[in-house]
Design a protein around this ligand. Structure first.
Ligand SMILES: Cc1cc2nc3c(=O)[nH]c(=O)nc-3n(C[C@H](O)[C@H](O)[C@H](O)COP(=O)(O)OP(=O)(O)OC[C@H]3O[C@@H](n4cnc5c(N)ncnc54)[C@H](O)[C@@H]3O)c2cc1C
Ligand SMILES: NC(=O)C1=CN([C@@H]2O[C@H](COP(=O)(O)OP(=O)(O)OC[C@H]3O[C@@H](n4cnc5c(N)ncnc54)[C@H](OP(=O)(O)O)[C@@H]3O)[C@@H](O)[C@H]2O)C=CC1
Length: 464
């Protein structure tokens, strides 16, 4: 094999998008994707909801199909174990040495489990298809589980798991704190009591088919749980109620032999819970199990730092997706979260930076880094988060306008100096375009007062 010009490590959404963009801009130059598995993740049906906010489906494709679409791309199933930036070389587990001109590291992240996980196999995390299979297998015989964490995975599981007693242990005063404020959490409360049933409305997005649901090392993503049946061993059709332990953390776990519940868990509140299984949905850490000839500069929590061109500190080595940390002066309304959308945006932008640098062209930063946008589904509702949706970066000097119709919609606008800084839109609000524009344009809204959220006034008329 001839040495490739570009090498991308990681078959998740960041790596695959990087490869696709490189193939688009440089169709004559050879690209090698190193993927640990034979399935890689591609984005399909990309749909722009607003200028920046997008929705898309994810398809897990076999590498043969992927390669057939991109004649200058080859894929190697292997694991990178060493990167030598001085000689522009990488070494793999199967002892292959590959020279590169440009390298992009997209090795993603892995669950950061609670410390007690080191001692108990009953404490598990969820990241990829292997881990979800293991989880479903373990929960089948369980009667009581503890979910720890208050972010995306915990919120989705609390809504999804059936036939089991759930104790949800969270550090905060309200549920789903990574994404929403206490008001929105209150809006979601009824959904917690009346979890999803089998006849949930069909989502427009692609779901994984049973036969598609095979091994892939990349993170799961939108809709990962929709066609899964996650049931415990209890007879109840729906759990009577989820018990949420607010402002709580696990301080100790003890093994109890010969008991229906093999774990006894102590919370900082002094409360004790016996359970079969603990799901630690407590965030991620960057995944970089390879040796470096020279060290990469890392963030405090071990992510690879990249500048505004997605470059690491080492020559011709870039990084994108969950493995990296944006280390440039951030636009006011953007911040990094480890999300599918950002993995895609970074992968694509990294490829444009690489080709731009190679061809000595000016690279302008992608507009997507001007404003944070996220579209997802929580507790059965469409959720759109824009800009500084939780008042991030604003200190205490901001106002909130809220409109809520129980069971229908929850809208929150975050204002500073009468200018919109962020928005939470839950339900079919149809306000995403207007809110995004108001955040980007920073129009002074003082003359509109509270009419901004008056349902009887079509605010868009103001701006025509
Ligand atoms: C359960 C779950 C649900 C989620 N739901 C959502 C959601 O609804 N919306 C959303 O926006 N985001 C969601 N996310 C987050 C999203 O999936 C991630 O942010 C995104 O997939 C990160 O993509 P990535 O390409 O950076 O990393 P990954 O998907 O982790 O891919 C990294 C790839 O690199 C490979 N790799 C690692 N090391 C090596 C090596 N040394 N050599 C070769 N290959 C290597 C891995 O095998 C993997 O294939 C979810 C995540 C999880 C776990
Ligand atoms: N719908 C979506 O968009 C979804 C997105 N994802 C993404 O997947 C990745 C993994 O999800 P997830 O694991 O839920 O991570 P998140 O980062 O979303 O949430 C982690 C949660 O765990 C809490 N936490 C951290 N350490 C502890 C601890 N020791 N004890 C108790 N709580 C703790 C955090 O609190 P604190 O912040 O206070 O430390 C936070 O509430 C994330 O990048 C997430 O964004 C996952 C599922 C759905």
């Amino acid at each position: 094999m001839m040495d490739p010009i570009f090498v991308v490590i990681g078959g998740g959404i960041a790596g695959v998008t990087c490869v696709e963009t490189l193939a688009f801009f440089e169709p004559e130059k050879s690209i090698l994707l190193i993927s640990e598995s034979s399935l890689i993740k591609t984005v399909t049906n990309l749909h722009a909801i607003t200028k920046v906010l997008t929705e898309f489906d994810i398809e897990e494709v076999h590498t043969d199909d992927f390669v057939s679409k991109h004649p200058n791309v080859s894929v190697m199933h292997d694991t990178v174990i060493e990167i030598n930036d001085e000689d522009h070389m990488i070494k793999t587990q199967l002892n292959k040495i590959i020279k590169y001109q440009y390298l992009c590291i997209c090795t993603g992240a892995e669950p950061r489990l609670i410390p007690q996980a080191n001692s108990f196999k009953e404490i598990i995390g969820i990241r990829d298809t292997d881990s979800i299979e293991y989880f479903i297998e373990r929960i089948k015989d369980a009667k009581r589980v503890i979910i720890v964490g208050n972010g995306g995975i915990a919120s989705e599981l609390a809504y999804k798991i059936k036939n089991i007693d759930i104790h949800w242990v969270i550090k905060d005063k309200h549920i789903s704190a990574t994404f929403v404020d206490p008001g929105a959490a209150e809006f979601f409360q009824p959904s917690l009591k009346n979890q999803q049933t089998e006849d949930e409305p069909v989502s427009r997005r692609m779901r994984y088919k049973e036969e598609d649901f095979c091994k892939s090392g990349a993170a799961l993503g939108p809709d990962w749980y929709r066609n899964l049946v996650i049931r415990g061993a209890s007879k109840l059709e729906i759990p009577s109620e989820i018990k949420v332990h607010y402002e709580s953390e696990i301080t100790d776990v003890i093994k109890v032999d010969h008991s229906e519940f093999p774990l006894e868990v102590l919370l900082n509140s002094g409360e004790k819970i016996s359970c079969n299984l603990i799901i630690s949905a407590t965030g991620v850490i960057a995944r970089k199990h390879f040796n470096m000839k020279n060290p990469l500069v890392l963030s405090e929590i071990g992510e690879i730092q990249v500048n505004e061109y997605m470059q690491t500190n080492l020559p011709n080595i870039y990084a994108a997706g969950d493995v990296c940390c944006a280390n440039w002066p951030l636009a006011k309304h953007w911040f990094q979260m480890k999300l599918w959308t950002q993995a895609r945006q970074m992968g694509s932008y990294a490829a444009r930076c690489i080709t731009g640098h190679m061809n000595k062209e000016e690279v302008l930063q992608d507009f997507c880094f001007e404003i944070f946008t996220h579209s997802t589904k929580l507790f059965g509702y469409k959720v759109i988060l824009l800009g500084l949706f939780n008042g991030q970066k604003l200190g205490r000097n901001y106002e909130m306008l809220i409109r809520m119709t129980k069971g229908h919609e929850y809208i929150k606008f975050v204002l500073e100096d009468n200018r919109l800084q962020g928005a939470v839109l839950i339900g079919e609000t149809d306000l995403e375009e207007m809110a995004e524009n108001l955040i980007l344009n920073q129009i002074d809204l003082s003359s509109y007062g509270d009419d901004i959220l008056n349902p009887d006034i079509d605010i868009e008329d103001y701006f025509d």
